[in-house]
Design a protein around this ligand. Sequence first.
Ligand code: ASC
Length: 150
Amino acid sequence: MTTRSFLAAVLATGLLASLPVAAQFQKPGDAVKYRQSAFSVMGTHFGRIGAMVQNRVPFDAAALAANAEIVATLSTLPFAAFGEGTDVGDTKALPTVWSQRAKFDAGATRMQQAVVELNSAAKTGDMAKIRPAFGAVGATCKGCHDDFRD
Ligand code: ASC
């Protein structure tokens, strides 16, 4: 990567982080579709890690690390799409997302932190570190599903 493209990437990331993302959705249903899509792709890549952790497919450290990197990126996306007024359509989000917002946000943060730790563990290529980190992420998924998902 050139210095120029690196600076462009840093700038783009900074802009993305500072934009009021929720305002980018034209309709509440677009926000629902967006967050479901992000969770769906995230779940696909998390599932590929799970397949290796559970010995259903052979351990490939590079592939696992690539999947963990994708999960880490995707984990930052869905929560901007839970704005007020997006409790619509075929959402499985329970009203508690909005009525217990601080608890929901805390769960989101816990998941994101666990995913960062899984990503670090994945880079070591050491299954003895990856397996517990994978389990910790799964526990944060389940925690939110129990309280906030139909
Ligand atoms: C997955 C996935 C989830 C979590 C959750 C863990 O693989 O898609 O939502 O794990 O089932 O309890």
